[in-house]
Write a protein of this length. Structure first.
Length: 495
């Protein structure tokens, strides 16, 4: 008896776990709701609600193939052991998951159980992330060989025995009314709409808080739940790239295709170094910042008195999504201006994102906090970002309606307006310029000395992308090993 353990690969198309089961072998397709996972500080009710919707569609697709989805609630090892005893399970198949430290530890327990019970557990790749990667030099080549390969068709039939399911619980009670809807149909419709209409202005509009919501693909929660594979998206994009002639389309599709590669690139970091979730990538940044519940609370609720930051945080709380630029800015403001430790703020953002993907999230959280020792330190000025990204003020006014009486010219700095005292809106909790300057001095103070540089070099060697001048990932060996890993040592400020 086989068990196909669905985790974050909730689809029957392009799913190597399904085709790993020999034809005619009896198989239990299984999803386990793990209460301990859903109680973690980085998971949330909105993520579960999205997944529950995906499971409905998956259940229908599996039933059509002949093996209805079996759902259980509890500890995976106990569930597996129960199925082994009652149904004689001998083989377990799942995708290779690069999750948070909790799922990493859980997978180790499952592996120990499988070894102990003589159950053969096979894990199959489902993205461009390479397990047990020997070094970054060949990574891009290996990733592309996997991603630009034919999509795997689902088997024609699965032999499903009669195994009782348990009803799935409602999950944690922190819903998000405006979040995206889960399910394969939604993923396909988003992909199609993006590649044929919405995506044309992707490159120029992706950073706008208003236009970005439609110009971006919005596929991230689907990639996180696995209702669509990266290969499906990359192959469909490549087909469209061959078709379009318009320059704007070409540029946008190229940008999108590279972001799909970035996804694998960032998740690969966590795969190679799971402690990225809890430890600064460069140890020199340990102990630099702390927590301040009052500041953090103001930031989380969108009540910092910095209009554009508050608008972004409130928009995130209401919709479960922000574009990349806005995510970077709110994270950078928390880490630099508010000087909060990323381990205090990162879990809140993770919970608020319907698309929480640990590999991207923790790598980006550290990158935007300047704790990697290898990336450009970017201290965004939230006032300037407000002017640049929301020039008409429509986004800021929508999410911070208290600013209705403020004239446009003062919208991003209402404290300078003569009527500020009468506004039902707090004064800024920090002085933007002074806080940025202080943060710069503190961060710069750490980035000196031979010990700092030699550890930074090791981080760069292990995690940095190998890119060509166009920013494409390259295979160093194919270039004679001459190109060095990208090392952005500069600091960048928009003070
Ligand atoms: C602090 C911070 C935390 C983040 N946390 C997450 C997270 O938990 N989950 C998540 O999916 N993305 C995360 N991102 C990356 C990025 O912001 C989102 O992937 C993107 O906004 C999702 O919207 P989209 O699907 O419309 O993206 P699109 O712009 O349409 O991009 C398509 C896909 O490419 C990938 N991608 C895009 N940008 C990046 C990037 N910078 N790095 C890696 N992959 C990328 C994503 O899988 C995305 O779905 C984070 C960024 C920052 C700065």
């Amino acid at each position: 008896m086989y068990v196909i353990w669905f985790k974050r690969d909730l689809r029957v198309e392009d799913n190597a776990a399904l085709t790993a089961v020999p034809k005619g072998a009896p198989v239990i397709p299984l999803y386990v709701y793990e209460p301990d996972y859903w109680a973690l500080p980085d998971t949330s009710g909105q993520q579960w609600a999205f997944i529950a919707e995906c499971l409905n569609g998956l259940g229908r697709d599996l039933a059509r193939l002949g093996a209805p989805l079996v759902t259980r609630v509890g500890d995976v090892v106990e569930v597996m052991e129960d199925l082994r005893r009652t149904h004689g399970v001998t083989h377990l198949v799942s995708h290779e998951e690069t999750g948070n430290l909790w799922t990493f530890a859980r997978d180790r327990r499952v592996a120990a159980w499988a070894r102990g019970q003589g159950v053969n557990w096979r894990e199959v790749p489902s993205s461009g992330v390479v397990r047990r990667l020997s070094g970054r030099d060949d990574w891009a080549k290996q990733r592309d060989a996997r991603i630009f390969a034919p999509v795997i068709d689902p088997p024609e039939h699965l032999q499903g025995p009669d195994v009782p399911s348990e009803p799935l619980p409602a999950g944690p009670a922190d819903p998000c009314a405006g979040r995206q809807t889960g399910g394969r149909d939604q993923a396909l419709s988003l992909l199609d709409g993006f590649l044929t209409e919405r995506g044309r202005t992707y490159r120029s509009a992706m950073s706008s808080p208003v236009e970005g919501a439609t110009a971006c693909s919005r596929l991230s929660p689907h990639f996180a739940a696995g209702t669509l594979s990266i290969r499906e998206a990359a192959m469909a994009t490549a087909a469209r790239q061959r078709e379009v002639t318009d320059k704007t389309w070409k540029a946008s599709l190229k940008s999108f295709q590279s972001r799909l590669a970035w996804r694998d690139h960032f998740i690969q970091k966590l795969e190679d170094e799971p402690r990225i979730e809890t430890r600064c990538l460069h140890s020199a940044y340990e102990g630099l910042r702390g927590d301040d519940a009052e500041r953090r609370g103001a930031w989380e609720r969108g009540e910092t008195g910095l209009p554009f930051v508050d608008a972004c945080m409130r928009s995130l709380n209401a919709t479960g999504w922000l574009n990349f630029r806005m995510r970077s800015m709110v994270m950078a403001v928390a880490s630099y201006h508010l000087w909060l430790d990323w381990r205090a703020t990162g879990p809140h953002l993770a919970r608020m994102f319907t698309d929480y993907e640990p590999g991207i999230h923790w790598s980006q959280v550290q990158m935007q906090s300047g704790t990697t020792g290898m990336n450009t330190v970017r201290i965004y000025n939230p006032v300037k970002q407000g002017h640049d990204q929301d020039p008409t003020g429509v986004f800021t006014r929508r999410w911070v309606p208290e600013l209705a009486p403020v004239p446009d010219v003062y919208l991003q700095e209402p404290w300078l307006w003569e009527g500020a005292q009468s506004l039902p809106y707090p004064p800024p909790i920090i002085d933007v310029k002074a806080a940025a300057q202080e943060a710069r001095a503190r961060i710069w103070g750490v980035r000196t000395g031979n010990a700092f540089r030699s550890e930074a070099a090791a981080v760069i060697h292990k995690h940095a992308s190998r890119k060509d001048r166009q920013g494409r990932f390259v295979n160093d060996r194919a270039r004679g090993g001459r190109r060095k890993p990208k090392d952005d040592k500069q600091m960048s400020f928009d003070l």
